[in-house]
Design a protein around this ligand. Structure first.
Ligand code: HEM
Length: 394
């Protein structure tokens, strides 16, 4: 598709093909493994971001506010930590431009103008509009990444790589002279852009839905809080492995994702060879874009598919049950590169927030729209809520 081609440049982690995709995916996977194996791993950064987010919410002092911007800053900072090894202050002007640029690029995808741009590329290429803004946002994120790459080259010891940029630069050095290598500065910048695009709005949207659903389901919210407190007591901080001791909280997070899936469709793929599916021949080159609705809202698989019901992920004894139909991160042959990171983020942000606050709709607001808005992700209409600090409430 011409516009996606212009955005991704066929060099990236998500929309490239064959040799380029394989090599980019390979380095993405191996860096993630190496970062996860570190003593403190990426979980350390996520805990720090969750701590900052709780602080930001507390600062509002129980007044109604829109949680989107603080959540976006936090999840964007997790990607910064992974890509560059450090976070940015929410007051940093360049960081603010970065989050705006990611938002603009994503909002254009899924819009009417985006569809027109794909259908009439030659006409719209010459006209102004959100598609032009999306392309200049892309340029901004690439420049941001290149600036960081420059600093890494100047200040880091590549023999002791600490983050995605270090590992990639080291790989570039190692593969110098290899004519088949696709590791170069342009492709690194494009991969970083992909991490921001794929990793910011998906997670932020899920957390946005999470808080809205908790505000509208106070009984479930209270049950999660009790479970978190029961496992952690009053002093210990939460870590990802705690999910095993918190079946109800884990079921609630899965149910939020099932009902309010962040992405309506998976990523468009092409068959690399002829494939026969239930007697239908899909010739090599056919585009495929699986419709997630068919799995996550299937009334043959879920007791109450249209309702928020954490029991979908619990057995009769209250144990957590993983479900094969939960395809939110993709499936065996084609899955989210950072599924593990996303799961850690959702669990740690969610349990920290529910431990610290009671979430409610502002007084006078009886109901908030739970309808989706569709862009590249499916996100809620903007809403305000109140976060009452637990210490003050009890
Ligand atoms: C709630 C959070 C998230 C959800 C639901 C999600 C879901 C997905 C899905 C469905 C795919 C497409 C799989 C396929 O069809 O091939 C995907 C791909 C991808 N995701 Fe995620 N994701 C999330 C968070 C993240 C995060 C935090 C990052 C990185 C920081 C990330 C990076 C990627 C990348 C790079 C790809 C492309 C992989 C490839 O083409 O090989 N995702 N994600």
């Amino acid at each position: 598709m011409p516009f996606l081609r212009a955005v991704a440049n066929e060099k990236d982690l998500v929309f490239s093909n064959e040799r380029i995709w394989k090599q980019q995916r390979q380095i993405g996977q191996s860096v993630m493994k190496k970062l996860a194996m570190r003593k403190q791993g990426l979980e350390h950064y996520i805990k720090e971001e969750a701590h900052q987010l709780v602080g930001t919410f507390a600062h509002v002092k129980g007044q109604p506010f829109d949680p989107l911007l603080p959540i976006t800053n936090s999840v964007c900072n997790v990607v910064c930590a992974m890509a560059f090894g450090h976070r940015y202050s929410a007051e940093d002007g360049n960081f603010q431009k970065l989050t705006e640029a990611i938002d603009l690029a994503l909002k254009c995808g899924g819009s009417f103008i985006y569809a027109l741009r794909e259908m009439f590329p030659w006409v719209l290429k010459r006209l102004p509009g959100p598609h032009k803004k999306a392309l200049s946002s892309r340029e901004f994120v690439l420049l941001f990444a290149k600036e960081e790459m420059k600093k890494h080259k100047e200040h880091h010891l590549l023999r002791e790589p600490q983050d995605f940029t270090d590992f990639y630069l080291l790989q570039m050095e190692k593969s110098q002279g290899d004519p088949n290598s696709v590791y170069n500065a342009e492709n690194l910048a494009q991969c970083i852009l992909d991490l921001f695009i794929a990793g910011t709005e998906t997670t932020a949207t899920t957390l946005q839905w999470a808080l809205l659903l908790m505000a509208t389901h106070p009984d479930i919210q209270e049950k999660v809080h009790k479970e978190v407190e029961g496992v952690l007591g009053s002093s210990r901080s939460v870590c990802y492995q705690d999910w095993k001791k918190m079946p109800f909280t884990s079921a609630v997070i899965h149910e939020i994702q099932r009902l309010k899936y962040a992405s309506l469709f998976r990523i468009i793929r092409q068959y690399a060879k002829d494939v026969n599916i239930f007697g239908f021949l899909m010739p090599r080159g056919t585009f495929i874009n699986p419709d997630l609705n068919s799995a996550v809202l299937d009334n043959k698989q879920w007791k109450t598919p249209e309702e928020f019901n954490p029991n979908h992920f619990l057995d009769k004894d209250g144990n957590f049950v993983a479900r094969g139909e939960f395809l939110l991160f993709g499936s065996v042959d084609s899955v989210c590169l950072e599924e593990q990171l996303a799961r850690i983020e959702l669990f740690i942000f969610f349990s920290n927030l529910l431990r610290a606050f009671i979430f409610q709709l502002p007084s006078g607001v009886k109901k908030s729209s739970e309808q989706h808005k569709v862009g590249l992700t499916t996100y809620p209409h903007s809403y305000k809520l109140v976060a009452i600090p637990r210490s003050r409430a009890s």
